[in-house]
Write a protein that binds this ligand. Sequence first.
Ligand SMILES: Nc1ncnc2c1ncn2[C@@H]1O[C@H](COP(=O)(O)OP(=O)(O)OP(=O)(O)O)[C@@H](O)[C@H]1O
Length: 224
Amino acid sequence: MHRLDISNLRLEYGFKRVLWDVFLRCETGKVLGLLGRNGCGKTCLMKAVYGELKLRDQYVGIDGKVLLTSERRPEDMRYLPQHDFIPSGLSVKRVFGDFGVDFERFVTDFPEFEQVYRKRIKAFSSGERRIIEAYLILTSETKFCLLDEPFSFLMPLHVQKMKEIIHREKATKGILITDHYFEDVMEVSDELFVLRGGKTWKVNERKDLELLQYIKESDGIQDR
Ligand SMILES: Nc1ncnc2c1ncn2[C@@H]1O[C@H](COP(=O)(O)OP(=O)(O)OP(=O)(O)O)[C@@H](O)[C@H]1O
């Protein structure tokens, strides 16, 4: 059982306060969902927690011990960025080996990938590539996963499968997820927050999403 504490994150760009006193706590067995309007700072928050973005003010700690940017290791935390991150020239065999993930198990989840073991990453479609990248981050050994838009480019059947995998993997990990497919995020999350005005606001019921101006309930249209 591990605990990730995120507090006092502060980030400003010019006059815009992107993050201002963000507080979040994630634990093994929990999925924290983070929603918010375009440009509100969700990616900056993830990057700051992962250490890719260095802030003047921030506290990120695991099990009560501060996690310095220079000391972040994949065994503690893994991050799925919004963009492709695996070098295109590598083969599936190589990346599964590097991440220590069992390819046979992957094929059990996604049988359509059965014949791709020797294929290079550049030969996949955007959605196929997203599945591989999200799967590797989610299932490789780590204490916490940060997932920035894991459902983008995925067809509904694959979104469903990815949600099942998130649910399965949280048995051994804490997961922070953000995506504009908010109903899917709500479904997999144990706790839900909206980032607005640089702060995280706890969502207790669907109506809160409307109050926080993330959705307009009257027409039920998603924010993307
Ligand atoms: N390097 C930068 N310089 C200036 N402003 C930046 C920089 N990086 C991000 N921003 C600004 O910070 C804000 C938050 O950006 P961020 O990418 O975190 O938003 P987001 O919530 O992930 O948005 P989306 O839902 O559209 O992906 C935006 O207004 C963006 O323009």
